[in-house]
Design a protein around this ligand. Structure first.
Ligand code: PLP
Length: 395
């Protein structure tokens, strides 16, 4: 007998994955050059050459027993220190290795934060829709409820009236994601300050801490004129989840971290609890080779300018054609309004042109579609006339 809960989850297909699989099948039928797959968020820009050079050098020069050995649960001390120093240079903070816990990407960072904060099924974590669909699985894994609050769709910043209504005595954390998947929106300093003020008041009202968990795998992918505020500077009970999957184009190497600020109320227990929560999730530590590589390459990014070029080209063209879309400040997604009420029907119609895009329903925001532009620029150029034809069908 298999677990009913797991069996049930196994039947809930990822719509994004299904579209991606459809694209691969379709490419076999009509040729890959005729399928325009904007469904998935796999970085299209290679990791900087220093990443591979460092990995090769370590493999050639370090003791194999060391390079392939277990590391301590929280991560290699020198690597945690390199991450802390990098954050300090960037944000003027005063972190040490004791504020950093290395994780297997942002997914494990979030799973561990959830498990650390959640006490039982009545506990709630609030997130802002549209949101990364895997948050549901992380909440289920931690045994809590994920409550979603729709953003203000005029700019996809937080709708504070709705958020305030959703916070209650069971709220353990508010999970935010900026730059955002799927909208590309970057939360302004004003949004972060308002969130901090609201949660300060709610902590007092309910007499317990309410954390902000800030999911930041796209922090470095941010465009001209935008800045990502460092949330712990505004609110001390913040846990930052980070990943090198997107900024360094290393999603398969599975490296990320959690920042636990010294000022957080439960600071002295946080890193030990992350270790314990990791054990509950059968998690040991981040692969040793890539921890070491990150220790040396922590300040590098892959060539972000390509994403900016893609965004400018795609966004401006869609607006000129008459699509409605909030301009992204970062990440590599557009989230335009579907041209009919049912985004699923709209995506089906797009498929006629072999344009593969994802209905916003999967992100908790029906009526919109996610268009992922981490693809070679010429693929966007080739697809634009098809988006125009799709638009013209609705005239
Ligand atoms: N959070 C968001 C918003 C994401 O888009 C992703 C991956 O696409 C993740 C978390 C998981 O990232 P990782 O590969 O680091 O586990």
């Amino acid at each position: 007998m298999l677990s009913k809960e797991v069996l049930e989850l196994s039947k809930q297909h990822s719509v994004i994955r299904d579209i991606f699989e459809f694209g691969m099948q379709r490419a076999k039928e009509v040729g890959p050059e005729n399928v325009f797959d904007f469904s998935i968020g796999n970085p299209s820009v290679p990791a900087p050459k220093e990443v591979d050079e460092t990995a090769i050098r370590y493999l050639q020069t370090l003791d194999p027993v060391e390079i392939h050995g277990y590391t301590s649960n929280a991560g290699i001390t020198e690597v945690r220190k390199a991450v802390a120093d990098s954050l300090n240079r960037r944000f003027g903070t005063h972190y040490t290795e004791n504020n950093i816990f290395m994780t297997i990407g942002a997914a494990a960072a979030l799973g561990i934060c959830f498990r650390t904060l959640v006490d039982g099924p009545e506990d709630e974590i609030i997130t802002i829709a549209p949101y990364f669909p895997e948050y549901q699985a992380y909440a289920q894994g931690a045994g809590c409820k994920l409550v979603t609050v729709l953003a203000d769709t005029s700019d996809f910043q937080i709708n504070f009236e709705k958020l305030e209504e959703a916070v209650n005595e069971h709220t353990k954390a508010v999970l935010i994601n900026s730059p955002n998947n799927p909208t590309g929106v970057v939360y302004s300093e004003e949004t972060i300050q308002k969130l901090a003020d609201l949660l300060e008041a709610k902590q007092k009202e309910y007499g317990h801490s309410i954390y902000i968990i800030t999911d930041e795998p796209y922090r470095e992918i941010v465009y001209d004129g935008f800045e990502v505020p460092h949330v712990p500077k505004y609110y001390k009970n913040t846990l930052v989840g980070y990943s090198f999957s997107k900024s360094l184009s290393l999603p398969g190497e599975r490296v990320g971290y959690i920042v636990a600020p010294t000022e957080a109320e439960d600071f002295e227990n946080l890193i030990p609890c992350f270790i314990a929560a990791g054990r509950l999730l059968s998690y040991v530590s981040v692969p040793s080779l890539y921890q070491k590589v990150i220790g040396e390459c922590v300040d590098l990014t892959s060539d972000i300018s390509i994403y900016q070029k893609n965004k400018d080209l795609f966004y401006n063209a869609l607006i000129d054609m008459g699509y409605e879309c909030v301009e992204p400040g970062g990440a590599f997604y557009l989230f335009p309004k579907a041209l009919e009420e049912d985004a699923n029907a709209f995506c089906e119609r797009a498929k006629k042109y072999d344009l593969l895009i994802v209905p916003g329903d999967s992100f908790g925001c029906p009526g919109y579609v996610r268009v992922s532009y981490c693809v070679p620029t010429e693929r966007i150029e080739q697809a634009l006339p098809l988006f125009k034809k799709l638009r013209d069908e609705y005239k």
